[in-house]
Design a protein around this ligand. Structure first.
Ligand code: HEM
Length: 530
């Protein structure tokens, strides 16, 4: 494994800037190429759209744009806030023209319900960025695949086999090991400043890789693999969010004018090498393994049974590993970092969380997953943090598979549908004191805190048939990590550092400055830190 890893671990390109930071200046092409290709693609697309929507109601209202480029030159860096501002002027359903792509932005619970519940089947495709096709084995994974029998089968296996209670319980040992490693590591740094976001990202990444392929890499090699995986998954998310001409003018996607798809293909090749070697090594181990079963083992065993209903191709298995390794660490660590930031800002809430943990866990024990369902106030704190800081602020774009009408407006087939989760979850028409951190709002009214897809005022995990497939794991990891951090340590900001809860827009909503805090020991015995 070691030699193989050395061979494939080439430098992963960096220095990327997402489109909301660069605007159009991020596109490096000669003006003639840009103008020529734009004119052809826009004319073609407008002709097609006009033809397919002839005789139908109008498109939703929206700000005026320029010929060819539409609203592109006017986009602002804080995209979620910019869209929220536009919806105050144009209403809860607006249209933006992004090159030749029509983008519809939804900013109200009632319209979200119409689309994600009443018209769930029509809207259960994704608007797939060209770069995402490269990393997802040609778009055959769970996250980007169109609604098809193959996607339904993969999703079913993901949700019913990997995310089931029994599978997650079967790899509990792997989660304990990683969380204890985190506690030991922080304990060694007591009194120093710790970047909580970085620490939780690494912990969730280790948790995820452990669950995916167990102890395939060990010692120094494991550390190196994880450092490279971290770099790669961060880059993947940046590339998916880049302003790509291939997405603005899909007719030009094959030319990959900015080389974004090429960069993504390079990362995919690197990951594919790792996945190939993991599978090859597993195949060499004869008979069933005695130790805890990781996801790769479960998927390969299901494949060997050759049952059409539960057997995935090797590429589908690898695409599924890729989805998990890219999505889980980014989203879950962002959720943990935001919750910790809110708790540091509100010591009285932290005190209440701690009292609850102490009552359920005790001061002489350590937090275990069996304690988590009893930690109701902690649950409310996490919900409130997901309300104010949804890790996916605009959800994951959907796309209708046919032209249809919503709220009296035409929504063309293939348009990009964004849901401004961030704005809806702070809407004063829906939430009392919307900007206040008040976990108590969920204690008195449990229905209000249901985020499993039935409540269109709180949907950090989306809704409908494409709702997040990883909720059970996300919940376990968030609760386990936060409960352990709060139970094991007191946290305070370094001297001179102010509470900062401002955010930086991206595919994943991050804090604009990393959360750095100083831990001190609070448990009575040293053994609780091992
Ligand atoms: C706090 C953590 C997380 C948040 C906030 C989150 C949020 C989301 C959202 C908003 C979507 C799109 C849903 C929709 O279109 O309706 C999504 C999809 C998805 N998530 Fe998560 N997620 C989280 C953690 C995870 C984890 C840990 C995993 C894997 C174990 C995961 C796997 C997926 C997959 C595979 C999809 C695509 C589902 C599909 O298209 O059918 N997520 N997630």
């Amino acid at each position: 494994m070691s030699n193989f890893y050395d061979k494939i671990s080439h430098g992963l390109v960096s220095e990327l800037r997402p489109w909301w930071q660069v605007g159009l200046s991020g596109i490096r092409l000669s003006p003639f190429t840009l103008l020529g290709t734009t004119v052809v693609a826009v004319s073609w697309y407008l002709w097609l759209t006009k033809k397919s929507t002839r005789g139908m109601p109008p498109l939703p209202p929206g700000p005026p744009g320029l010929p060819l480029l539409g609203n592109l030159p006017f986009l602002q860096p804080d995209f979620h806030r910019y869209l929220a501002k536009l919806s105050q002027t144009y209403g809860p359903i607006i249209k933006l023209q992004l090159g030749s792509k029509i983008c519809i932005v939804i900013s109200s619970p009632s319209l979200t319900k119409i689309i994600l519940k009443d018209h769930d089947t029509i809207f259960s495709n994704r608007d797939v960025p060209a770069s995402a096709i490269e990393i997802s084995y040609g778009g055959i994974d769970v996250a980007w695949s169109p609604n098809s029998p193959q996607w339904r089968k993969m999703r079913k296996i993901f949700v019913h086999n990997l995310m089931s209670h029994s599978s997650l319980d079967a790899c509990y040992e792997l989660r304990i090991r990683e969380v204890r490693k985190m506690v030991k590591h922080i304990h060694e740094k007591v009194g120093l400043s710790i970047d909580i976001g970085e620490q939780t990202f690494l912990t969730v990444l280790s948790l995820t890789t452990s669950m995916l392929w167990g102890g395939a890499f060990q010692g120094e090699e494991r550390r190196r693999v994880e450092v490279d995986i971290k770099e790669a998954v961060v880059e993947i998310v940046e590339l998916v969010g880049e302003l790509n001409i291939s997405d603005l003018f899909p007719a030009l996607a094959r030319f990959d004018l900015q080389g974004i798809q090429k960069k993504m293909r390079k990362i995919w090749l690197w990951f594919d090498g790792i996945f190939e070697s993991l599978v090859e090594n597993r195949m060499k181990i004869e008979g069933s393994r005695e130790e805890t079963k990781d996801f790769l083992q479960l998927l390969l065993e299901m494949q060997q049974k050759e049952d059409e209903k539960t057997s995935l191709s090797l590429d589908q298995i690898k695409a599924l590993l890729m989805d998990t390794i890219v999505v889980a660490p980014h989203t879950t660590s962002a959720a943990v970092e935001w919750a910790m930031a809110e708790m540091l800002r509100h010591p009285e809430k932290t005190r209440r969380v701690r009292e609850e943990i102490e009552e359920v866990v005790g001061k002489h024990n350590i937090v275990e997953e069996s304690h988590l369902p009893k930690l109701l106030y902690l649950d409310a704190v996490l919900k409130e943090s997901l309300r104010l800081h949804p890790p996916a602020p605009l959800m994951v774009p959907r796309s209708p598979d046919r032209t249809c009408t919503v709220a009296g407006y035409t929504i063309p087939q293939g348009s990009k549908i964004l849901f401004n989760t961030w704005a809806i979850q702070r809407d004063p028409k829906v939430w009392e004191n919307p900007l206040e951190f008040e976990p108590e709002r969920f204690l008195n009214d449990p229905g209000k805190g249901d985020y499993h897809g039935n409540n269109f005022s709180l949907f950090p995990f989306g809704s409908g048939r494409r709702i997040c497939a990883g909720i059970p794991l996300a919940e376990k990891m968030m609760r386990y990590v936060v409960a352990t951090l709060v139970h094991s340590f007191e946290w305070e900001l370094p001297e001179g550092v102010d509470h900062d809860l401002s955010d930086k827009f991206g595919f994943v909503l991050k804090k604009s400055t990393p959360l750095v805090a100083k831990p001190t020991v609070r448990l009575p015995t040293a053994i609780q830190y091992l």
